[in-house]
Write a new protein. Structure first.
Length: 466
């Protein structure tokens, strides 16, 4: 069976195969002009080649036979005989990618964060063959967006479009340097919008990709996805492929999403995200029926962190987020992306549905680091624990009422004492507890230690948190 993998695309610019046909119907759809050559001629100089060089530490001895993993490595450096390298070995790497000039007067270029990750030197080559050393202005791994800068010269900037105007079926072109080939253009259509939950950007990543069948291949990361007006509407980022080649499923970061990150990187050099303090899930048709909501649109708040901005603003578990800062929220990932693009201190205007009534709530995001420090200080014993009330009949222990551990943060007091998800706390300081509130009250009574009686599977134990 072939293994399907999601590949980040090092080194390229692109635009997919021919969508033009010689028949009259196609000419009618596209208009009288059936060539996009004039448009491409104007904007292709804005797409540049990026070469990054640096050093990285070999993470393990079991999966390092080929430097760069699934990513294209064009440098020839590293382990040429394909044998495992020892853990901790410093390996030189050289990767190729693409970028798009977005400000010709200041020399700003947008690309993917993974293209320039850990790079010591970054070289930009223009379409006319000129090369420059680039300066990294800022990089954001969660969105996979980076900004670099080269000396100002005779640069061509790409006109910026509005990715919110895209519809499935719109014609697009991808521009880049696939497999190290010089500027290549392919064409296709927008196959889907708001593709998320792919895991491309990691568990904390922001994903709302444009999916396209425009031909994108390894080496295309950071290249331009443009509409037929010659406007930048996306940054090519990844492909879905069984063998590493194009099969017509490519992904690009919407330019509206990227611009929010770019503005922060240019102004601050980094993205300092604010914290709202909620966990959300999609409003499925079954949940919509359960909540007595006519349409399965929105995101259900499943948990509100204690003392978080969301809790202070009055948000509750069961609230259904419908709009955020005036934008309709159709999915949980849309909410995560919208909040993830906001800085500390940003104001969030929410429209939520609570027990069939629409209410408006304002939340101001907090500094995550300060929130964590304050939470740990206020609740040192239970800090780092995600909990839920538990009242169930179990095969091993019979009927149990208590508090179940859902998640344990590393380096927390509970983690140090070996507590794991699934454990059920039934008493604290030798007092029975049935709810999270009761557990929190007992935890506040003693600032030196907390004695817990914990059930795990068919056994039980006492644990001291201090």
């Amino acid at each position: 069976m072939k293994r399907i993998v999601l590949l980040s695309l090092f080194s390229l610019f692109i635009i997919t195969g021919s969508v033009f046909s010689e028949d009259t119907q196609a000419a009618t759809v596209l208009g009288a002009e059936t060539s996009i050559a004039p448009m491409l001629k104007k904007i292709m100089p804005a797409v540049v080649n990026i070469a990054a060089q640096g050093e990285t530490i070999v993470p393990t001895t079991s999966d390092n036979k080929k430097p760069g993993g699934n990513n294209q490595d064009n440098s020839g450096n590293g382990n040429d005989n394909n044998t495992p390298l020892p853990y901790g070995t410093l390996r030189e790497f050289a990767s190729l990618g693409s970028g798009v000039v977005i400000d010709a007067t200041k020399g700003y270029i947008i690309t993917n964060a993974h293209v320039v990750e850990k790079a010591k030197t970054i070289t930009v080559t223009l379409s006319n063959g000129e090369s420059f050393k680039a300066k990294l202005i800022g990089s954001d791994g969660a969105s996979d967006v980076a900004v670099i800068q080269i000396p100002v010269g005779k640069l061509t900037a790409m006109p910026i479009g509005n990715s919110d105007d895209l519809q499935v079926g719109d014609f697009v072109a991808a521009i880049g340097n696939p497999f190290g080939l010089s500027q290549t253009a392919t064409t296709g259509i927008v196959s889907a919008l708001q593709r998320g939950s792919l895991g491309l950007e990691g568990p904390q990543g922001l994903e709302s990709f444009i999916q396209t069948d425009a031909s994108i291949n390894p080496g295309n990361s950071g290249g331009a996805l443009v509409n037929f007006k010659g406007q930048l509407i996306g940054i090519n980022t990844a492909i879905l492929s069984p063998e590493g080649g194009n099969i017509g499923i490519g992904f690009a970061i919407p330019i509206n999403m990227a611009r929010t990150v770019v503005d922060q990187l240019i102004k601050y050099g980094s993205v300092k995200r604010g914290l709202m303090g909620v966990i959300v899930q999609d409003l499925t048709p079954d949940l919509a029926t359960g909540f007595n909501v006519p349409e399965a649109k929105g995101a259900v708040i499943t948990q509100v962190s204690p003392n978080s901005p969301a809790a202070k603003a009055g948000l509750e578990a069961g609230d259904i987020v419908q709009k955020l800062n005036g934008r309709e929220m159709l999915t949980a990932s849309a909410v995560r992306n919208a909040v993830g693009l906001l800085r500390v201190g940003a104001k969030i205007e929410l429209q939520v549905l609570r027990r069939s009534k629409t209410i408006n709530i304002t939340v101001v995001t907090a500094d995550p680091e300060q929130y964590i420090k304050k939470t740990e200080k206020d609740d040192p014993f239970l800090f780092g624990l995600s909990l839920r009330n538990f009242d169930q009949q179990t095969p091993a222990q019979g009927h149990i009422t208590g508090i179940q551990i859902v998640q344990v943060s590393k380096n927390s007091a509970a983690w140090r004492e070996g507590l794991i998800p699934g454990d059920v706390i039934v008493s604290a300081n030798q007092k029975p507890v049935k709810t999270i509130g009761e557990l929190q009250e007992i935890a506040k009574e003693n600032d030196k230690r907390l004695l817990l009686n914990v059930l795990r599977g068919s056994s039980g134990m006492f644990v001291v948190l201090d």
